[in-house]
Design a protein around this ligand. Structure first.
Ligand code: SF4
Length: 301
């Protein structure tokens, strides 16, 4: 397998292609699934992260072969592209390689906050590229407890706001939800700056899972997300009840778990006339359906 690969299983819900630049991650999130996958302790996973051997050469070689790639590619599922200055520099070189070879859909996902801002020049000049941040808390003490090596919440907020200000498509991953109230606060406060949301529950932590009323959380999240473009991950979507929750209008086959509330705000609408036309058409169809749930075989973006 090359360094650019097709994720499998649940990770596939996030992106068609992925690239992990590092082995290990200094953010040391308590919920990180990577130590289990790589069969090591969280301590070992996070104590001395290193770039993969010859990573830039390998990226260059593979990117050259994939010139003009239009599949969405995520940095990174396993590790974070912005852990410190060194990793940020490798990420910048990587983005420049993808730009050189005409990759049209790159997205970064990070808990590195303002460290990523230095690359917004590259991201903003490539119109299909996106900046994503995982933010599951407002409360800094909870962040410190669960994500001790990651940037502060304020720093992540600042990065999302800056990206939005620069016209970059922003998305926020609220996954894994470990505290439902905190997750709702993030949606409420960052709403004006976020193009797309991804929301998912915590798994493999039965003690925490038991404490959260997932139906109630989903219901409140759908209210909070009304008018936003978003995706609810499968495990959380299992708690959807059409009788008591905000209607779901769109569930395209191509992206099985994406759902859009009654006033979809898709980034394409803001970016190109065809996207705007599709959104207008969608609104008309949603209105005609009078709020009934339907399945539409159509890609959203
Ligand atoms: S940022 Fe991601 S890869 Fe890094 S420790 Fe946290 S969950 Fe794991």
């Amino acid at each position: 397998m090359g360094v650019i690969y097709e994720p499998r299983g649940k990770a596939r819900e996030y992106s068609e292609l992925a690239l992990n630049l590092y082995k290990g991650c200094s953010h040391a999130c308590k919920y990180c699934y990577c130590p289990a996958i790589t069969r090591q302790s969280l301590e070992d996973w996070s104590k001395d992260p290193q770039p993969k051997v010859d990573i830039l050469k390998k990226v260059e070689r593979e990117a050259r072969k994939m010139q003009g790639c239009s599949k969405e590619l995520l940095l990174c599922f396993m590790s974070d592209p912005y852990q410190d200055e060194k990793s940020a520099n490798i990420t910048r070189q990587t983005l420049l390689i993808f730009e050189k070879y005409g990759f049209s859909k790159i997205q970064v996902l990070t808990k590195g906050g303002e460290l990523a801002i230095n690359d917004f020049d590259i991201i903003s000049r490539n119109k299909g590229w996106k900046f994503g941040s995982t933010i599951i808390f407002e409360n800094e003490a909870l962040r410190e407890e669960w994500e001790p090596g990651a940037s502060t919440i304020q720093s992540r907020y600042n990065a999302v706001k800056k990206a939005h200000e620069m016209g970059i498509y922003t998305w926020v991953s609220i996954e894994p939800v470990v505290n439902s109230e905190e997750a709702l606060k993030v949606i409420k406060n960052l709403k004006p700056y976020v193009s797309f949301w991804k929301v998912g529950k915590i798994n493999h932590y039965p003690e925490i899972e038991k404490k959260i009323d997932w139906s109630k959380f989903l219901k409140n999240a759908l209210i909070e997300l009304n008018g936003q473009a978003f995706m609810i991950k499968k495990d959380l979507l299992a708690f959807y009840d059409p009788k008591t929750m905000n209607p779901i209008y769109e569930k395209p086959k191509a992206i099985k778990t994406i759902i859009v509330s009654d006033i979809p705000i898709w980034i394409r609408e803001q970016r190109d006339p065809q996207g705007k036309a599709e959104c207008d058409e969608f609104r008309a169809r949603a209105k005609a359906r009078n709020g009934k749930k339907t399945i539409v075989n159509k890609k959203l973006y």
